[in-house]
Design a protein around this ligand. Structure first.
Ligand code: PMP
Length: 423
């Protein structure tokens, strides 16, 4: 039998340290909300491959859709011999996306490609280059995406000059109010970049890697107003928030604000590499033929999976389920906040089943414990639960269970997490 230790040793010799892993286990198989490592040990999965398998591992309808496509062809290249399921998926997203007027969609492979292409489209549509993002935001690891990401270490520190014309406004968290945030943006327009030079403002409806901080509706409204006033494209980065995770198909629907462009990835493909940009049709059509695309963009296997994911979200009412999961988790976390036998934690924050809590410096303290979440997650994995940390300071434990998880498995996972919180 293969062991985690042997694979770790082979990995150390063969794979650079630049790609990290949250756990020291090596996956053998996964089903629903459970995963088994190469040593046969079972884990409950509260990571879902970082918000990817919202429909659970190996959902039968996804497997069936991909197998059926695999029987016909696996790759022709949409840029060579296009195919129907790409168009069908675009039609479904155009119909569902919270945008003003007619929409169009284009597909890529990774989340970083989605955010970068959203910016390219915004630049073509406006004839401008400036991009404004937020501190603590995460938009991917390719160069422009790294530049937009609002955290230097480890995303920018070692990588030299970042692509230009990218600016950061302070995200309203950690003592910064929405008014502070909007005032800083207006000062930025006065001091750094005239709004007439700004192509796009990109923001996550809930900061994911940045700590599961819900973007206040008032900030999104303030951004929408400024974008409309100055002809700037508002990009909602829904890579992590999309596809029922927050209790709506798109996280920004909670605010009622309509963006111009939406970057999507992760859960859309249900485990198959798929990303895209959905946007207002006239904005999407501003790029000349050939300016967008990619060899694997909108792979027919991934599009087949994407269509099945949308069907499952509807037929299994996963938006409602996400809300219920969020309630169960926040009630449980609320009980932990007053327990002196546990390490100090704050109350849950997030929306739907995109929910986390902070480790605190002391019981009753408001100050977060930097790096505290990683220690809890490591103990949880030892206990049999895969769960991830996030937050600019590594202070947040984030729960991203598959939305198809049963109440029993969810509660079993929460029991393991409680065990990991024992002081
Ligand atoms: N945007 C957001 C909001 C994300 O959470 C992520 C991934 N965590 C990305 C972009 C980048 O996606 P990918 O890793 O697929 O490039």
């Amino acid at each position: 039998m293969k062991s985690n230790k042997d694979l770790a040793a082979r990995r150390a010799a063969a794979v650079p340290v630049g790609v990290g892993s949250a756990t020291a286990i090596y996956a053998d198989k996964a089903e629903g909300a459970e995963l088994w490592d190469v040593e046969g040990r079972r884990y409950i999965d509260f990571a879902a491959g970082i918000a990817v398998v919202n429909v659970g591992h190996r959902h039968p309808r996804i497997i069936e859709a991909v197998q059926s496509q695999l029987g016909r062809f696996s790759h022709t290249g949409f840029q060579v011999a296009p195919y129907e399921n790409y168009i069908a998926l675009a039609e479904r997203l155009n119909e569902a996306a919270p945008l003003d007027g007619q929409a169009k969609s284009i597909f890529f492979t990774t989340g970083a490609e989605a955010t970068e292409n959203a910016v390219k489209i915004a630049r073509a549509a406006t004839g401008r280059s400036g991009v404004i993002a937020f501190t603590g935001g995460f938009h991917g690891r390719t160069l422009l995406a790294s530049a937009m990401t609002g955290k230097t270490n480890p995303y920018k520190t070692q990588f030299g000059t970042m692509p230009g014309d990218v600016f950061h406004a302070p995200f309203p968290a950690r003592g910064i109010s929405v008014a502070d945030s909007l005032r800083a943006l207006d000062l930025m327009f006065a001091a750094d970049v005239d709004p007439s030079r700004v192509a796009a403002i990109i923001i996550e409806p809930i900061q994911g890697e940045g700590g599961f901080r819900v973007t206040p509706k008032e900030l999104l409204e303030g951004l929408r107003e400024r974008c409309t006033r100055h002809g700037i494209m508002l990009i909602a980065d829904e890579v992590q928030t999309g596809f029922a995770r927050t209790g709506k198909l798109f996280g920004i629907e909670h605010s009622g604000v309509k963006p111009d462009l939406i970057s999507v990835a992760k859960a859309l493909g249900g485990g198959f590499p798929l990303s895209g940009v959905v946007g207002r049709a006239e904005v999407m059509d501003s790029v000349r033929p050939g300016g967008l695309g990619g060899t694997y963009g909108g792979s027919p296997l991934a599009c087949a999976a994407g269509l099945a994911v949308l069907d499952v979200i509807e037929s299994e009412k996963l938006c409602e389920r996400a809300e219920r999961i969020g309630q169960i988790v926040s009630e449980r976390v609320a009980g932990w906040t007053s327990r002196s036998d546990l390490v100090p934690v704050g109350k849950a924050h997030g929306l739907g089943a995109m929910i986390g809590f902070d480790l605190l410096k002391g019981h009753g303290s408001e100050e977060v414990e930097a790096g505290g979440a990683g220690r809890v997650c490591a103990k949880a994995t030892e206990a049999g639960l895969i769960v991830l940390s996030c937050g600019v300071l590594g202070e947040t434990v984030r729960l991203l269970p598959p939305l198809t998880i049963s109440d029993d498995l969810l509660n079993e996972g929460l029991d393991l997490l409680e065990k990991a919180l024992k002081a």
